[in-house]
Design a protein around this ligand. Structure first.
Ligand SMILES: [Fe+2]
Ligand SMILES: [Fe+2]
Length: 282
């Protein structure tokens, strides 16, 4: 199958619309980030991010298509003009590697978040995959990224949940904030906590619904982190386990292995390659 056909079939498998609006092919993030698509696909690698080591591993596996969720060249829109102009050395070396290995990179972001088939409808493929890979079969998956995955569980602690996700997501560690002995019954994957965002809705929701444990994508020290630290010091059942944005979404890229044959309607060797925990700790 041609690489272009692989991509078309995967897009077709997904819902392809968001909040009632079809994904705009001009504006979508789901673009070819590198390489050409008019050739036979020799194998597929799925990953969160086509890092240098992922590219090397794809070559070792004989795969020429990397399906990545995030950008390739460290900037929104994957613009390359400024890197060419400044002859950025890391860019030039990464580009050469992809050229030498004949790698094509396709970004698969908007389509997978738009939904994969589920019980006659669609469900966010990243967050559903995350829940499945973690063993949270009963999790609620929501279209609102500020509360993307909600889990009600038997009483546990942040330490226990931390152990579970470290093992399931294959991580080196986690940033822990708040009361690590908290009684946890409600867990929320709560999207990006970024500078400049309106923090009132999420803090109000935590307080109102008594959410105990938060797993954010991006996280800053301002706002939510401070709030959870104070809540924890007041003895409340509140904690954050911060794995990092890429670590948290990557299980959804692993879960593609479960459905890609259905999407392609034939088998192409597909391997999940973990970009590797973004962080090491000392
Ligand atoms: Fe992301
Ligand atoms: Fe995402």
């Amino acid at each position: 199958m041609r690489i272009s056909e692989v991509i078309d079939r995967i897009k077709h498998y997904c819902k392809g619309s968001w909040m009632g609006q079809p994904i705009d092919e001009e504006k979508t993030r789901d673009k070819i980030l590198f390489g050409n698509t008019d050739r036979e696909c020799t194998g597929i690698v799925t990953t969160i991010y086509a890092s240098v080591d992922v590219i090397r591993k794809a070559h070792e596996l004989g795969a020429n298509l990397i399906i990545a969720h995030e950008a390739l060249l460290w900037n929104r829109g994957d613009r390359r003009g400024w890197l060419e102009e400044t002859q950025n050395k890391t860019y030039l070396a990464k580009k050469k590697l992809m050229e030498d290995y004949g790698i094509t990179v396709w970004r698969f972001h908007d389509y997978i978040h738009s939904g994969i088939p589920y019980k006659g409808g669609y469900i966010d493929g990243i967050f559903y995959g995350l829940a499945q890979e973690t063993g949270w079969d009963h999790a609620q998956i929501c279209e609102d990224i500020s509360g993307a995955v909600y889990v009600e569980c038997e009483e546990t602690t942040p330490r226990e949940v931390g152990k579970l996700i470290k093992e399931k997501w294959n991580l080196n560690g986690l940033k822990c904030i708040g009361n690590m002995d908290a009684k946890v019954k409600k867990i929320l994957v709560c999207g990006h906590i970024a500078e400049g965002m309106d923090i009132k809705p999420i803090i109000s929701r935590i307080d109102r619904e008594d959410i105990n444990l938060l797993l954010p994508l991006e996280l800053i020290d301002f706002t939510l982190t401070e709030y959870i630290k104070d809540s924890g010091q007041l003895g409340m059942n509140r904690a954050i386990l911060a794995a990092g944005h890429f670590n948290l979404e990557e299980p959804g890229m692993k879960y593609i292995l479960k459905w890609i044959d259905d999407a392609l309607k034939e088998h192409i060797d597909t391997t999940y390659v973990q970009a590797g925990d973004m962080y090491t700790y000392m």
